[in-house]
Design a protein around this ligand. Structure first.
Ligand code: GFP
Length: 829
């Protein structure tokens, strides 16, 4: 073949990729080009969605060159990469964050204005990708932001769900779930890379074979799907770095059967496609059916297998010696969802790369670390051996072998203590044979961490006690953190400006600098300006609520917020009992009205679709809200607001406006909490139990600036051990009796006593999370809140001290702790 090889000779083809000019003209030009050539419209024929998309493409164009550079550099430098494996990323809107990171906010605003467009109108169009459920997913999003800002080579791996967390609506006060079609208007922030798809296999059998005299095992799978990566850019704040979030979408290997189609069976002709695409169809498919369970395991294996293969094939250089893998990667397991990655890496190393088992195990143990996010035993994931063996037969064999060797080690250390063996085994026997994923992660991981000091302590003392005895050094703590870029700089621009004026600009990447505000808490002028910011944030929230068709806020109300997943352990019920009791107290004259501060109780929460009790609690909150709002006797005093479909975007409006942060879980149940951190950082005072990260918040902000109530974790344990009888607490406290009686009487259900009866009896006779036991102490603390709020000046002072002392809760600090204690990766230079 004499054809000369074609090489680029054009000077432009040889030049490095450059970003458009960072000027108003440069931006406007790029924007209009994108409008024309990507959206296929002119400025005059474009609508707001076209404009939003063209704007997003423009921002992307600015980031692109950096992103190319960073990936090339990561490969060349061969630094260790943090691969964060997470089934959830609750990202929130991208536009503002990316503008901010790339220092483009002012330029873009001005360029659009010159095109006759108000950038605020475009902001409203963006649909946030709700690819997560709550704290765990939002934490992952904060972490990728911090990693990019700190120039750490990192890839976030996850699933590109077609439908994220459901959209919540209320009908007669009850939650209804609607699909979250977040992709329907286009998805400008990610790109598909079908050429980098991975084939992911399932089911089938395993067989042994003779490999040049060595007996090996191989997996003969039954079916495959393609995992197609979608890359999202994750820009660091003002440092020119752009990391990658790579989310996988499932696509059929053979999507369409033309023969069947031509025979007229149109549904059957796309069966394979439907089947495959189900894997990335929805976040947390309902798993009360066997099909739902299987689908979840498919999802987990799907994204983890694709991610591991991607890292080995596309990030590592060719001919990389896998013996050195631990020097190049740490796979951080965000909870148990990605733990199937452990046997997957073993399978790749042993079956495919033909390493010896022991060598492969030594590598695997160094490459994984595990973060646990719960203390509830029912939340520790297990997979039935039947299901796992059917879907991933080779992985089950590998898990058995890992377990056999591990249990030998246990016997060597502790003797033949059969009870201990049974308790520590990765395979549980009761009620049926299952794989305990948290145990597998603990055995395999180089480190295991909890997400707040108390949580990590309780993991060591209770949940994973035997493992901690065996490997004390494996256990560590990294208290969660939140990104100050999104949750202070963007969400609270006025407070940010005030802080910058007082302290200079550096605090955004060095949050401990907020300490400098402490001195200003005693400055009357600063307090006044701080209070004005809070008031303006309340007005802003009020406008946001009105635009959503909700009731606006009343002036001068204390804004009391409880925003978090709906779960019994978080005790939204305790909050409702407080509201009902206050309402009842005012109406009956038991309470001195003047001592009760005008308050708006603001809830934001979704309940898992299959969680009946949580849905009843939502119904009760709405029912109480309706009665309280309609009752003339408490007008101007009490208001209950529960805007539907709480999400990151709404949180960004609520948090800066909050006065009081409700963190009222039963001690020993909330692993950490992160909303608690965001609220304190924005100057809300916490009313909380000594649970999760509340403990650390209280220590930092000081007892005078925190309303502590309730039993401590050891007291909770003691009460359980004693035999907890909630009805006794009901008998003992008249306020509690009146509140519960009022609910039971049908006062919030048009006289129908049956509606909330299951909730009432659950409280009186079970109350697993001890709301009744903590009620009195909670009400007393609420009285202290009222008294403190009456002294506005004192309150503002405390609020400032909360901001000043919350710097520790930056996710940048959390990343530093992970880097020091677990990952040992270094920034790219
Ligand atoms: C879970 C825990 C929280 C913790 C987050 C992040 O949140 O205590 O703060 O993970 O570690 F419960 P959810 O996903 O359950 O909301």
């Amino acid at each position: 073949d004499n054809t000369p090889e074609l090489r680029p000779t054009h000077p432009l083809a040889l030049a490095p990729v450059v970003a458009p000019a960072a000027s108003v003209d440069g931006f406007a030009k790029q924007f209009l080009q994108n409008l024309n050539f990507d959206q296929g419209v002119t400025l005059s024929t474009s609508d707001v969605n076209d404009q939003y998309l063209a704007l997003a493409y423009t921002v992307r164009d600015y980031l692109m060159a950096r992103w190319f550079d960073d990936r090339a550099q990561q490969k060349a430098q061969q630094n260790k990469t943090v691969c964060y494996l997470s089934a959830e990323y609750l990202l929130g809107r991208q536009l503002d964050n990316n503008l901010l990171a790339a220092r483009l906010t002012d330029i873009a605003t001005e360029a659009l204005a010159q095109c006759g467009i108000d950038i605020d109108d475009l902001r409203q169009v963006e649909i946030e990708p709700g690819l997560g459920n709550g704290g765990l997913g939002r934490l992952a999003a904060c972490f990728v932001d911090s990693l990019a800002t700190m120039s750490i080579p990192a890839i976030g791996y996850g699933i590109r769900y077609e439908y994220g967390i459901f959209r919540q609506a209320f009908a007669d006060g009850q939650q209804i779930e609607q699909p979250d079609a977040w992709l329907r208007m286009g998805s400008p922030w990610d790109f598909a890379h079908p050429e980098a798809a991975q084939t992911i296999s399932f089911a089938g059998t395993t067989e042994t074979y003779d490999d040049e005299g060595v007996e090996r095992t191989r997996w003969v799978p039954e079916w495959n799907v393609l995992a197609v990566p979608y890359n999202m850019m994750v820009p660091g704040y003002h440092n020119g770095r752009v990391n990658t979030l790579r989310l996988w979408r499932a696509v059929a290997t053979n999507a369409f059967d033309l023969h069947t189609f031509n025979s007229g069976d149109y549904v059957e002709s796309v069966r394979a496609q439907t089947f495959a695409e189900n894997i990335s169809k929805v976040l947390y498919p309902e798993d009360s059916t066997p099909q739902g369970k299987e689908l979840r395991l498919q999802q987990q294996y799907f994204f983890v297998a694709a991610s591991i293969a991607d890292f080995i094939e596309n990030v590592l250089p060719e001919d990389f010696d896998l013996e050195n893998l631990p020097e190049r990667v740490i796979f951080q397991l965000n909870d148990t969802h990605p733990v199937i990655g452990v046997p997957e890496l073993m399978r790749v190393l042993v079956d495919e790369k033909k390493l010896e088992w022991d060598a492969a195990w030594a590598i695997t143990q160094k490459c994984f670390a595990y973060t646990c996010h719960t203390l509830l035993p029912e939340a520790l994931e297990v997979w039935s051996v039947d299901l796992l063996g059917r879907l991933l037969p080779r992985h089950l064999e590998i898990i058995y072998r890992i377990n056999d060797e591990f249990l030998l080690e246990v016997r060597e250390r502790f003797g033949d203590d059969e009870m201990l063996i049974r308790n520590m085994s990765i395979i549980g026997e009761h009620p049926s044979r299952s794989v305990r994923m948290a145990y597998l992660a603990t055995v395999a991981g180089s480190k295991v961490n909890g997400v707040a000091e108390l949580h990590s302590q309780l993991l060591r003392d209770n949940v994973l006690k035997d493992f901690a005895t065996m490997w004390p050094d494996k256990f560590t703590n990294v208290t969660n953190g939140v990104t100050p870029r999104r949750f202070l700089r963007l969400a609270n621009p006025d407070l940010s400006a005030l802080i910058t004026e007082a302290l200079g600009a550096g605090w955004t990447v060095d949050l401990e600098r907020l300490r400098g505000l402490e001195a200003l808490a005693d400055d009357a002028d600063f307090r006044e300006r701080f209070a004005a910011v809070k008031a303006s944030n309340k007005r802003r929230l009020s406008r946001v609520l009105e635009a959503r068709g909700e009731t606006p806020l009343s002036d001068d109300h204390l804004i009391d917020v409880m925003i978090k997943r709906l779960h019994e352990y978080k005790r939204q019920t305790l909050k409702v009992l407080h509201i009902v009791s206050t309402y009842e107290g005012i109406v009956t004259g038991r309470l001195d009205v003047d001592a009760v501060q005008p308050r708006t109780f603001l809830f934001g929460a979704k309940a898992a679709p299959g969680y009946g009790m949580a849905k009843r609690i939502i119904h009760l909150i709405n029912a109480v809200g309706e009665v309280v709002s309609a009752d003339e006797r408490v007008q101007g005093k009490l208001k209950v607001l529960y805007p539907a479909n709480y999400n990151v975007t709404l949180a960004e409006s609520i948090i800066p406006a909050a006065d009081l942060s409700e963190q009222i879980s039963l001690a020993g149940k909330e692993a950490s909490g992160t909303g608690n951190m965001k609220l304190a950082l924005n100057g809300a005072l916490t009313i909380g139990t000594d649970d999760g990260a509340n403990v650390e918040i209280r220590k930092l902000v000081g007892d005078d600036n925190f309303f502590l109530f309730g039993m401590s974790e050891p007291e909770v344990e003691a009460l359980w051990a004693d035999g907890y009888r909630p009805a006794e607490f009901y008998q003992r406290d008249e306020r509690l009796r009146s509140a519960i009686d009022l609910i039971a009487s049908g006062a919030f259900s048009d006289g129908d006593r049956t509606v909330f009866e299951p909730l009432v009896s659950n409280l009186l006779y079970e109350d697993r999370f001890m709301a009744l036991a903590d009620f009195s102490s909670y009400l007393d603390a609420q009285e202290r809140v009222d008294a403190a709020y009456a002294d506005q000046d004192g309150w503002v002072r405390s609020a400032i001290l909360n901001v000043a002392r919350s710097g520790y809760f930056s996710s940048d600090r959390a990343m530093r702790d992970y880097l020091d204690r677990i990952w040992h990766a270094t920034p790219v230079s």
